[in-house]
Design a protein around this ligand. Sequence first.
Ligand SMILES: CSC[C@@H](O)[C@@H](O)C(=O)COP(=O)(O)O
Length: 359
Amino acid sequence: MGEDNKDKEGPVIRPIEWKNDRLCLLDQTLLPHEKKYVECYTYSDVARAIKDMIVRGAPAIGVSAAYGMVLGAAEYKGDDVEGFLKHVEAVAQVLRNTRPTAVNLFWAIERMLKVAFDNKHRSVGDIKDMLLKEADKMAQEDVETNRRIGYFGQQLLKDGDVVLTHCNAGALATVGYGTALGVIRAAHEAGKNISVYADETRPYLQGARLTAWELMEEGIPVTLITDSMAGYFMKKGVISAVIVGADRIAANGDVANKIGTYTLAVLAKENKVPFYVAAPVSTLDLSLDSGEDIPIEERDEREVTHIGGIRIAPHGVKVANPAFDVTPNEYVTAIITDRGIVYPPYKQNLEKLVNKNSK
Ligand SMILES: CSC[C@@H](O)[C@@H](O)C(=O)COP(=O)(O)O
């Protein structure tokens, strides 16, 4: 493995694959220079892969954690269901502790636990089989979900549009197709001439390393810029729309996404450029009234002091490295979901979207 497959729609990037009882993750720390899969045999391997960002992006983290639950369940060797469920809960806790901001992680783990606990009258072996089926279903649903986001979102783009995006909300951040890049892909597939400006996305450079690579693989025109150039290009009138993904969206429509997203949203409003967020319904966290309550991950200072393993800052300098920020809802023109496009007022409209479809 390691080679992208090709189908009638072009190259297919597969960051997550379940093969021969193990989880294979395309190592995103090595891209774009090396295309290598890391094999996870245990749930601890999966937890480490999420923490170390071998796999990253909210939906991809969620599905990986679901397979982590499968591996964790398989590690229980007895046939006592009560003991098994305690073990599975302990596995869930380890996986929950990997990254705090993307709600898809918690959503996926809870969905797996529900399968285990709802079937406690069955044998341990049966529950293990059901967990694998559920993880496979989640993986398959993720691609379908992203295609629906693409279907709705591409209607907002017209021929010739130039889209600015941040971080990587593409196939690499999901099981396939992507959310923000899914919208761009869908517009491209619909025959529209769309080009992309990709922010490099300091400090971890997901834009430079991943988005630029992914779009080039697919033949979608992309221009790489540094984060600080976004305002310049918006003011010049080059950018038709900003589209980003999300890690968690609160009930009032506040959006947590990669650090720097808020800056872009403010610049977009100032320059009258529409600012769209593309995310599946599993990224909504209606239990939180506002984005103030979203936990923000603080990451290793080396991500700031070093680039490509080379120190660029003086030894001993004080560093801050919040990995995400929260964009207040008033900056968000629309949220593109797999169930349709949501406009303000978000509190009412997100609730309506979720309730309408759960009935
Ligand atoms: C479809 S992915 C949406 C977000 O998860 C993405 O924009 C992002 O912020 C990813 O952050 P990362 O730290 O690389 O996991």
